[in-house]
Design a protein around this ligand. Structure first.
Ligand code: 4AD
Ligand code: MG
Length: 467
């Protein structure tokens, strides 16, 4: 085989018709009769397959026998306009080299439709399906969109540590990192574990958020964002929670909560528009296969301003709904941490568009949020989305050293772990704001998938760390 390979995504370019081409990929299907066989080949570069037409006058049955679903080939031949419906061009095979076979008895991805649950069990092979090919191409594109969005606006990509000794969200859902021998833990006279002999000389964990270090960066570089893996040992087996997920966290000096909301809204809209502009074939496939309202929902988000209201106003709407006979599984009252059903009610039924809720009770939010005058609420903001609920969580930050220390003491957060963070408020403190977008929650929205396990290649959830 001597010709240079063309990726299948590029083969549909009309200027190639009439030329000798070489393509390489995996067989999706093979069908035909004793005169001619049709092989649908896919190389992952696009959702589209190229049809390879194999004339049995040129190839023997024996040669074609190993060409079954999942086998890998190199094909050379003439690219011609297609006679058949549904494709623009096809290749008349002249040479076929088989790289690897896939025994039909054992290769699990045969033609028939598989359930999402089954495909999760074969996560090592599922990227070869149309659905997961589409999802993971979109995932890549969203990462590119995110970097472009921030780069175009002068934000710096800042790398925060994965291993940390502080619990940013204070929720105690951290995975410990240790090299200690768990069968022979050193303890002090009170029975507490002696971390001074551990690798870092203190208790260390996987990060739940890069925000605290992001704030250090924002109070130096002005505007930064992080984009990395985060870890939460929350034992919630829901379609929206992962133990390992990716988060994007912008942090901006001198931004107040209004600027923060504007940034969040622009950011999500930019990403959604990027998907429609750059991944249309994949989005359309998912729309047609799984979720007939997907494209409509994506376009809808671009057209509408997000509703902005306070938590207190949101609770009032929910209470009115309950009074009017609406049934929620969980109770609604001022002070409650909203459940996904409450968030979705506001978005899907009441306003019928994305909602940004602000000014939550301080008891249900993290220590670093700016305290409001009322003494009861903090300048938090959550962005709530159709089908997802919370997609973004953020706030204006408490920039007063004294107020922040008071809150840390109130919550019994060990101050000795916080000295470096507090110095941002001691030396040249400024108003600043930021938020975190869950990357997989964004992907749920953009792909229309209904389970978060299906938008990350290898999901990590309670009792599951296969692959
Ligand atoms: O609301 P969260 O916990 O906020 C923070 O971590 C802040 N430090 C962010 C900041 O202000 N810089 O998480 C932010 C987002 C959520 O809105 C959600 O989209 C996502 O992260 N998220 C999860 N995604 C998947 N699985 C989980 N277990 C998640 N927990 C949060
Ligand atoms: Mg949150």
């Amino acid at each position: 085989m001597s010709l240079k390979r063309t990726k299948i995504v590029d083969i549909f370019d009309a200027s190639l018709v009439g030329q000798q081409v070489c393509v390489k990929g995996w067989v999706r299907t093979r069908r035909g009769n004793k005169n001619v066989q049709f092989v649908a080949l896919n190389d992952g570069s696009t959702i589209k397959n190229i049809q390879v037409v194999v004339d049995l006058a040129k190839f023997s049955e024996e040669e074609l026998k190993p060409i079954t679903t999942g086998s890998s080939l190199c094909v050379e031949g003439l690219l011609v306009e297609s006679q058949g419906k549904g494709q623009t061009c096809e290749i008349q095979a002249e040479k076929i080299e088989i790289y690897g076979t896939a025994d039909p008895e054992s290769y699990p991805l045969q033609k028939k439709g598989h359930t999402m649950e089954f495909l999760r069990d074969i996560a090592h092979l599922r990227p070869r399906t149309n659905t997961f090919g589409a999802v993971f191409r979109i995932r890549h594109n969203m990462a590119i969109a995110i970097h472009r969005f921030f780069h175009e606006r002068g934000f710096f990509y800042f790398h925060t540590p994965i291993i940390t000794a502080s619990d940013c969200e204070g929720a105690g859902q951290m995975f410990q990192v240790t090299t200690m021998n768990l069968y022979d833990l050193k303890k002090d006279e009170n029975g507490s574990i002696r971390y001074d002999s551990d690798f870092f000389g203190k208790q260390a964990s996987l990060t739940v958020s890069g925000q605290l270090e992001g704030e250090l960066a924002a109070t130096a570089l002005g505007a930064i964002y992080t984009f990395g893996p985060t870890f939460r040992a929350e034992n919630s087996n829901t379609p929206r929670h992962l133990a390992e997920f990716w988060m994007i966290e912008p942090e901006v000096a001198f931004n107040d909560i209004i600027d923060n909301m504007d940034l969040a809204e622009d950011f999500i809209k930019y990403c959604v528009k990027w998907a429609l502009d750059n991944c249309y074939d994949d989005v359309k496939f998912l729309n047609d296969m799984f979720d007939k309202e997907l494209i409509e929902r994506l376009e809808g988000v671009l057209k509408q301003d997000f509703v902005r209201l306070t938590y207190t106003e949101g609770i009032k709407i929910l209470e009115d709904a309950v009074a009017g006979g609406h049934k929620f599984e969980f109770p609604v009252y001022w002070g409650v941490d909203l459940a996904s059903e409450h968030e979705r009610f506001l978005v899907e039924e009441h306003f019928k568009r994305p909602v940004i809720l602000t000014d939550y009770p301080k008891e249900i939010k993290a220590f670093y949020m700016k305290q409001n005058e009322d003494g009861k609420t903090v300048r938090a903001m959550d962005v709530l989305f159709p089908k997802i609920g919370e997609i973004i969580g953020g706030s204006e930050r408490e920039e007063s050293y004294d107020k922040l220390v008071a809150r840390i003491e109130e919550l019994n957060i060990p101050m000795k772990d916080m000295w470096w963070y507090l110095e941002t408020r001691k030396f040249g403190t400024v108003p600043h704001s930021g938020f975190g977008l869950g990357f997989e929650r964004l992907l749920l929205f953009v792909t229309g998938m209904s389970n978060i396990r299906d938008v990350i290649p290898f999901p990590r959830t309670p009792n599951n760390a296969e692959f």
